[in-house]
Each structure stands twice: as structure tokens, then as C-alpha cells.
Design a protein around this ligand. Structure first.
Ligand code: ATP
Length: 358
């Protein structure tokens, strides 16, 4: 296992990049701790696969260095980096048994057969395929094949890291949930450094201790699921995480007062917005109250989603979403107020009071 240090990494696919938009990765400068479970989360095209391929060695970064436990591996080939990879579509040897598939990475490295048996038996139990140990892989379902691929990623005990590229895409929803929980459990047991690429927030939030949110070639925040929920450092994190995402409202600020489309909101602390910056107030729907206090609003839609309801309303000229308990009364002349602890202020999309970046 190793820490993974991304030292001022930038990557452009084209030759001679000039402007920031020419870079698929603009500037990535972070360390993934030894033994951590990280999810790289972001929309299509934000640079997740590019970053993963740089870590695995499939791609050389245009600029910057990659270090495993302080050792520069930027120019090492994938095989020399000592990592395991699990891809979106399982790579399984159909004519081999489940046992032999799992044993392959160990036998390939000359591990003694007694040790191969010990490791494979342990892993086969973890992935719950013990009953199929002697079956040929070609007879198995897609789910079981992906379990083999996961197991092969975990079977070696000497890897620096395990990299997963959307490994549950081909799995049906119920099995996805099971495998995700199993993987989390496996991580706790084996303690490998794991990096897991996904564009699915549920997958990221259940698997990872730390979620790395990427947007337009940058890491905009690395945080625990709670940190991403409570203090999104960038408005994109607010939109992308949560369902529905954070409300982001244009404001102007005077000391401790924010003006939102003619209405005023007291801020928990005074904030200073740099001159010329675009000021916004972010509030998650969970912290928006609909009742008899606050600003007059018009409810436009109510969605019942079981435990609670999502209320969509207009407030002045702005649209806002609120999450209210199933049994809460919505007055005929509803008013909207914000819970102070849920208020975040942003200047040019970055949270005021957080350092830009992650
Ligand atoms: P997805 O979830 O769709 O896989 P991603 O977040 O993994 O997306 P990347 O595949 O890393 O994103 O792509 C980042 C940017 O780099 C995109 O604009 C993409 O079009 C571009 N890109 C990726 N691979 C290449 C390539 N081989 N040549 C040129 N541009 C590329």
C-alpha cells in the first residue's frame, strides 16, 4: 500500500496547449493517504478517467509528477507500478475455473502454491463465490464475473493501490447495492489504498471515506460525505451532491445582511466579498423551511417521495426547492425562511471562508 501524491499534475491531449481550456486536467495537487478509500466523482468529461490513467501509468501527464510513498513513478510503466485495476467490463478468463481466475495474478508472479491456496480461499469467501470455485467462468452471470474481477483486484497483498474504473456499471441495481457494501467492508478488512471512479453519487458516498469531486478538469473538493453535504466549497458540489441539489441564489451583501431579489436574509457571520466578484447564497433544500414565517412564496409543485416531500416554489423571481416532512402542513399563503446553519455564501462560485481548491 502507498500514499499517492499528485504533484502539480496537468494534462492536455493536444500538442502545445495554450489556454486552461486546452487541458483535460488543469492543475491537480493533492495527496491520497495510504490506506484511504477515495471516490473520483464528477460528470462525464470532467477528467476522472484521465486522472486514473495517469495514476495507473496508461497515460503520462503533460506536466507534474506522480509519487507513490514519496517515490517518483511518473515515468514507470503500469507493470512496474505494482497496482491492481478493475475495469467497467470484467476481464475474466472464461475457460478457467473461478478459483484459477483468482489465482492467476499470484501464480503469474511465482507465489508458492500453498500461499496461492490460502489467499484465494480467503478472497473467494469474501466475494461469496466459494460454492462455484470449480466452475468454469463462462457459465457465470455478469454479476459473478464482476465479482471475480473485484476478487482478482484484491487477491495480491503487495499492491500499492487498487484502481476501479466504474466497476459496477454492468451490474443490476440490487446486486450493485450488495457489491458496493461488500467492497466497503473489504476495504475495512484489507486496508488497501483504493481509488474508485464513478459518476454516481450514491456509489461514491457509500464506498468512499473521502470523495474527490471533479469539475471541468479540476478537483473542486475532497471531503467526507458530511463535509460535501454541509459545506460545499464550490457551488458545483452543492448542485451535484444531494437530491435535489443546493439552491444557489444571486445576492448582494452589506455586512451581515444578504439581499436576495429584494428580500433580506441575516447571515450567521459577516462576510466580505472581493470587489467585482459574483455573490451567491447557497442553501440546501433540507434547510429551507416552508411555513408562516419569512418571505411570501408561491408553491408550484409538490413531489411525494416517501419519507418526505420536495416542494418547489418561486420566491420573488427565483425558483427554490425545499424538503419538508411527509406530514408537515403547507399553509395556503406559504412563506419561506432559511435555517441559519444551512447558509453558505459564495464569491465567484467558491465558498467564502474556505480556501479555493480542496
Ligand atoms: P466519462 O465519465 O465520460 O468517462 P471522465 O470524467 O472520465 O468522463 P475523461 O475521459 O478523463 O473524463 O475526459 C476529460 C476530457 O478529455 C474530455 O473533454 C474528453 O473529451 C477529453 N479526452 C479524453 N480522452 C481523450 C483522448 N484520448 N484524446 C483527446 N481528448 C480526450
Amino acid at each position: 500500500m502507498a500514499s499517492i501524491q499528485l504533484d502539480h499534475i496537468r494534462h492536455a491531449y493536444g500538442a502545445k496547449p495554450k489556454s486552461p481550456s486546452d487541458y483535460a486536467l488543469k492543475e491537480v495537487h493533492h495527496t491520497f493517504d495510504d490506506g484511504g478509500a477515495y471516490a473520483l466523482l464528477g460528470p462525464s468529461g470532467c477528467g476522472k478517467t484521465t486522472l486514473l490513467n495517469i495514476i495507473s501509468g496508461l497515460l503520462q501527464p503533460s506536466e507534474g509528477r506522480l509519487l507513490f510513498d514519496g517515490r517518483d513513478v511518473t515515468h514507470l510503466a503500469t507493470e512496474a507500478r505494482n497496482i491492481a485495476q478493475v475495469f467497467q467490463f470484467p476481464v475474466v478468463y472464461d475457460t478457467m475455473t473461478v478459483f484459477d481466475n483468482l489465482a492467476f495474478p499470484l501464480r503469474n508472479r511465482g507465489v508458492a502454491e500453498s500461499e496461492v491456496r490460502r489467499r484465494v480461499s480467503e478472497i473467494i469467501d469474501m466475494i461469496d463465490l466459494g460454492a462455484l470455485a470449480d466452475s468454469k467462468a463462462q457459465r457465470l452471470t455478469a454479476d459473478s464475473k464482476q465479482k471475480i474481477a473485484l476478487g482478482r483486484g484484491l487477491v495480491r497483498s503487495d499492491v500499492n493501490a487498487i484502481l476501479f474504473d466504474e466497476p459496477l456499471t454492468v451490474i443490476d441495481p440490487h446486486m450493485k447495492w450488495m457489491l458496493r457494501s461488500q467492497l466497503k467492508h473489504l476495504h475495512r478488512r484489507v486496508g488497501f489504498t483504493m481509488v474508485y471512479v464513478t459518476h454516481d453519487q450514491t456509489e461514491a458516498l457509500t464506498f468512499a471515506d473521502r470523495v474527490v469531486v471533479m469539475y471541468e478538469g479540476e478537483i473542486v473538493q475532497i471531503g467526507t460525505p458530511e463535509e460535501l453535504f454541509e459545506r460545499p466549497r464550490h457551488t458545483f458540489v452543492g448542485y451535484f451532491i444531494g437530491s435535489p441539489g443546493m439552491n444557489v441564489l444571486p445576492i448582494s451583501i452589506e455586512g451581515r445582511t444578504a439581499r436576495v431579489d429584494g428580500m433580506t436574509v441575516d447571515l450567521p457571520v459577516p462576510v466580505a466579498i472581493p470587489p467585482g466578484a459574483r455573490a451567491e447564497l447557497g442553501i440546501r433544500p433540507e434547510f429551507v423551511r416552508i411555513g408562516r414565517e419569512g418571505f411570501p412564496a408561491t408553491v408550484t409543485k409538490i413531489e411525494d417521495i416517501g419519507r418526505h416531500r420536495i416542494v418547489r416554489a418561486t420566491l420573488g423571481g427565483l425558483e427554490i426547492a425545499a424538503i419538508v416532512p411527509e406530514d408537515a402542513e403547507i399553509p395556503t399563503d406559504p412563506r419561506v425562511s432559511f435555517e441559519p446553519r444551512g447558509i453558505n455564501v459564495y464569491a465567484d462560485s467558491w465558498r467564502v471562508g474556505s480556501e479555493a481548491g480542496a
